[in-house]
Ligand binder design. Structure first.
Ligand SMILES: O=C(O)CCC(=O)C(=O)O
Ligand SMILES: [Fe+2]
Length: 311
């Protein structure tokens, strides 16, 4: 069945005027955010703190970035999977690069130096401002969900331990005559939360709980907030982590900026979220271990471990 182009995903405006922490409007908004994440695993939100000008700068900078020579791109390495330059035969149209700690000047500076040894101030500044602003959206969403579950007391230490990865992703147009099987690599994110924004070229699809694929409208003025598997585990299975994929039409290049947040604390459901109706679903684990476990690079290694492989 073809995916539906449904305006079905919830839209939650987190920053409307009346919505200040402590007010009834805030409590009701927290509820909307929580319910959206429980039902769909994602929602759309307008976020005007990132100006149109800044978005344009980021996407223009991304075009420049993917034009740097491959020998520069491959300098973007990391011991953490998906934090570096990534291109995989199973997703032939896409390549991505990762900026670790993008909300710090050091993080954006060292990445920029790898790509442009003589510097590229416009790139560094726009990416740093973008990541900083979007990380504030990440904070608000989590504050709302934690409060909505009545466990706001864990929010501070959770955020203190949180780290970010900014992944810049390109989906190219296939070359003439190039046959590609574009099945879009369905997956769930291993992050706690992911916030996506694209250059208004469609492609993202998410799977509903009842198994239907729906096309997410190109983001435009909206940002897509999506829960990852770590959030699901922390919430003891209440938050849904939606399977999603990117299937582009192949007529225009799609760029997507994804801010992933990872918890530095052990992922462990708060005791308040465990009861008879909700017995503990997951043993405590480290967010980064989850990422490593599922990385494409490491699947081979782990399948050997699981199969008891001797070598
Ligand atoms: O390009 C997109 O919209 C989504 C990318 C994505 O799902 C990911 O990088 O995990
Ligand atoms: Fe994803």
């Amino acid at each position: 069945m073809n995916p539906q182009a449904a305006a079905e995903l919830p839209i939650v405006d987190l920053f409307d005027e009346n919505c200040k922490p402590g007010t009834a409007a805030w409590v009701s908004k927290c509820n909307d955010v929580r319910v959206a994440l429980e039902e769909y695993g994602c929602f759309l939100t307008p976020y005007h703190q990132v100006s149109s000008q800044l978005k344009d700068q980021v996407f223009t900078s991304m075009q420049e970035l993917f034009d740097v020579p491959l020998e520069n791109k491959v300098r973007n390495t990391s011991e953490k999977p998906y934090f570096g330059y990534f291109k995989h035969p199973s997703i032939p149209l896409s390549e991505s690069m990762g900026i670790d700690h993008p909300t710090t000047l050091d993080g954006t500076q060292s990445f920029t130096r790898l790509m442009w040894p003589n510097g590229n101030q416009r790139f560094r500044e726009s990416v740093h401002s973008y990541a900083t602003l979007v990380s504030q959206l990440d904070r608000v969403v989590k504050k709302m969900v934690f409060e909505s579950y009545g466990v706001g007391k864990y929010y501070g230490s959770h955020m203190d331990s949180t780290s970010y990865l900014l992944r810049l992703i390109k989906y190219r147009v296939p070359d003439e005559g190039e046959e590609v099987e574009n099945c879009g690599f369905p997956h769930t994110d291993k992050s706690f939360l992911t916030i996506l924004h694209d250059n208004q070229v469609a492609g993202l699809q998410t799977k509903t709980k009842d198994g239907r694929w729906i096309c997410v409208e190109p983001s435009g003025s909206m940002f897509i907030v999506m829960a990852g598997d770590a959030f699901l585990a922390w919430s003891n299975g209440r938050v849904h982590s939606a399977t999603h994929r990117v299937v582009t039409e192949g007529k225009q290049t799609r760029y997507c900026v994804a801010l992933f947040s990872f918890s530095g604390e052990r992922i462990e459901a708060p005791v308040e979220l465990i009861d008879e109706a909700h017995p503990l679903m997951f043993k405590p684990f480290e967010n980064m271990d989850l990422l490593r476990l599922y990385s494409l690079d490491d699947l081979q290694k782990y399948s050997e471990v699981f199969n008891g492989g001797a070598n």
